[in-house]
Design a protein around this ligand. Sequence first.
Ligand code: CP
Length: 322
Amino acid sequence: MKHLLSAADLSHEQALKILDTAEAMAMTQSRQVKKLPTLRGKTVVNLFFEDSTRTRISFETAAKRLSADVINFSAKGSSVSKGESLKDTALTLQAMRVDGIVIRHRFSGAAYRLAHAGWSDVPVINAGDGNHQHPTQALLDAMTLRRHYWGARGGELAGKDLKGAKVVIVGDILHSRVARSNVDLMGTLGAQVTLVGPPTLMPVGVEDWNCDFTYDFDTALNTEPDAVMMLRVQNERMSAAGGGFFPSVGEYHRAYGLDRSRFERLPEKTVIMHPGPMNRGMEICAEAADSPQSVVVEQVGNGVNIRMSVLYLLLAPEGGLL
Ligand code: CP
């Protein structure tokens, strides 16, 4: 595999290799000197056409921990604001002989286009394209869940998947690349995924996805899931589509929020996940977000481990590791 564009492209073996390598990377990060020489001499460009905090900073941290040089590009303040196209931006980077491109874009398919249009011949990593895919988010979610799922059962993590784990993903499924990526990856790893959301925020054709779905959050909670993943309500994408997806914030919170009463019903084993950024008081209450069952901050930390793993496997001088 040359590029990482979609969680759906990962085989069971490739997904486990990324997770196991991320665990090996994590072990190096408790040392006093965290930097490894692995990608010395390589240049990675973070090409961000859409806002990001966690993904951009963790890709930068990961590349620097592997000793790569990092160039951060954001559309704001670049020639994109003068109308430059993705093609011409890519040709510019190609001329500067960069070694890898991490791209986030508001249009679904932008990462695929960059990888396959012939504008660039280096590995491309999709850091989120529209409502399509965010594969490294799904990988860091799987890393976090694997630790808790198997942590409770004891034993080595290496080579273990998520067979038997129950994951409930709740909220704005329609606009969520995180939901799509997790349905793909969690399915490959053997977890049973249930999507929950209002009919207006459930994608057309969801019945053909490799998961269950329901409009009733409380019914889904009765299955005693190992993880409840709350999704951000993507107000910016809803406004762009004209709004009207639910009557009010209060009604959304009552039907689909992880409020105090649902939080108190969760079994002790259930971890609370959220990709961030969180709308506190909308999809999740503060008690749940800040509780010991919340692994939201752990997810962010694992983002660095997963991105170190992916950068290493795709860009290491020996090549062809994935
Ligand atoms: N989870 C996630 O993609 O967060 P950012 O938008 O902050 O990168």
